[in-house]
Design a protein around this ligand. Structure first.
Ligand SMILES: Cc1ncc(COP(=O)(O)O)c(C=O)c1O
Length: 390
């Protein structure tokens, strides 16, 4: 079913305020999501927060079912947490590494994940293998396969990097991981909600993604998928009475489902809003959403490439809704500030978050314009026309 753009924009109050091309930062929330969050907060104030949570149990449980339906998982394989970094960390820090163990990653790895990899390797004596890109700029599957050895304990891949439109070949990496019997942790923070992501097709054991980006959920929401078979059954780095039960004075038992990665206290209003956001996407259809975002982004790249002194920096065989570029003679942050003054939201990605990537490409910082399905061709034109030095 084709997307009804007018209805979708009418449902998104932000569309009347700004040209929002910072969806890789946070998507604009739609009215049903905002209403669900606000309504729950009001209910908490009226009848008590614990009582409101009890009353809203179906909506809260519905969030797990919605996420599971979106990625082809079971609700018991989903943990809801506060941000994608925490989701990724809970999986990563649940794995044990010894001196000489090896962890494979790629040049697209997200900065927070890279920091965690360094910390764990410095503590444990494990070693990071950063697999190089192939000629297209995506992770080299040949090099990745060659890097897998008897001491490889984990493959950590970022599906779509924060700093570019690349889509890494996650399913091909998953097939290599499976053949080698190595756990596969996928950071899908920028892909879930804009691309079809299916955990069985990809073959990952863990997958992390936030609610606020392409899923258009509230801030402070995210999920971790943990496969229910052996590979995904690791013990979280820390536990509380949500994750485990204190069964006797000297004993505790960890939950066996993915909720062992959760914590007791959380914002139920945000969680309910998150579920509404995922249901909203499911009703639209992820294939329609993916097609629209991909087409809008391709149109934006074509317009930028046709412009003098403007360079598009997205790599890879397959590209998504994130479009990165520079304009000669204009610092990316100045371009972003000038656009912001014209009510056009973009963001800036710097080398400090892309140490394996930007340095070797001679990039310092780039403008990141990330489109969503509710953006229009007119908005793309407004962005391009507003750039300096035309
Ligand atoms: C690729 C990638 N991974 C992880 C994250 C972290 O998400 P969060 O801010 O929810 O922890 C981001 C956020 O920009 C991201 O782009």
């Amino acid at each position: 079913m084709a997307l009804d753009l007018d209805a979708l924009r009418a449902d998104t109050p932000g569309c009347a305020e700004v040209v929002h091309l910072n969806n890789a930062g946070a998507g604009l929330a739609c009215t049903p999501v905002v209403d669900a969050v606000v309504e729950h907060l009001r209910r908490e104030a009226r009848i008590g927060a614990y009582e409101a949570a009890e009353e809203a149990e179906d909506a809260i449980e519905g969030a797990y079912a919605a996420v599971a339906a979106l990625i082809g998982a079971r609700p018991s394989e989903i943990a809801l947490v506060e941000n994608a970094t925490r989701a990724w960390d809970m999986a990563f820090y649940s794995l044990a590494f010894e001196p000489g163990d090896r962890i494979i990653t790629s040049t697209a790895e997200y900065a927070s994940n890279a920091i965690a990899l360094l910390q764990v390797c410095q503590r444990s004596g494990a070693v990071i293998d950063v697999v190089r890109d192939d000629d297209s700029g995506q992770v080299s599957l040949d090099e990745l396969e060659a890097a897998i050895g008897p001491r490889t304990r984990l493959i950590a891949l970022t599906h779509v990097p924060s700093q570019g439109g690349l889509v890494n070949p996650a399913a091909e990496v998953g097939a290599l991981a499976k053949a080698a019997g190595v756990p596969f942790l996928l950071d899908a923070s920028q892909s879930v909600g804009q691309l079809r992501v299916d955990v069985d097709v990809i073959g990952c054991d863990y997958l992390a993604a936030p609610g606020r980006k392409y899923l258009r959920g509230p801030r402070g929401t995210a999920f971790l998928y943990a496969r229910s078979d052996a590979a995904g059954r690791s013990e979280p780095p820390f536990l509380d009475l949500r994750a485990a039960s204190w069964t006797a004075p000297g004993r505790y038992e960890v939950r066996t489902d993915a909720r062992r990665f959760e914590s007791w206290e959380t914002s139920y209003a945000a969680r309910i809003g998150f579920g509404v956001a995922v249901d909203y996407l499911l009703a639209l259809g992820i294939d329609e959403v993916e097609a629209r975002i991909t087409e809008l982004a391709a149109g934006l790249r074509a317009r930028l490439e046709a412009r003098p002194r403007t360079h598009v920096h997205d790599k890879g065989e397959r590209r998504c809704g994130i479009v990165t570029f520079t304009v000669d003679g204009h610092a990316a942050r100045d371009v972003a500030a000038s656009l912001r003054a014209q009510r056009i939201n973009v963001s800036v990605s710097g080398a400090d978050v892309a140490r394996h990537d930007f340095g070797k490409r001679g990039l310092d910082e780039v403008v990141r314009a990330s489109v969503h399905y509710y953006n229009t061709d007119e908005e793309i034109d407004r962005l391009v026309d507003a750039l300096p030095g035309a």
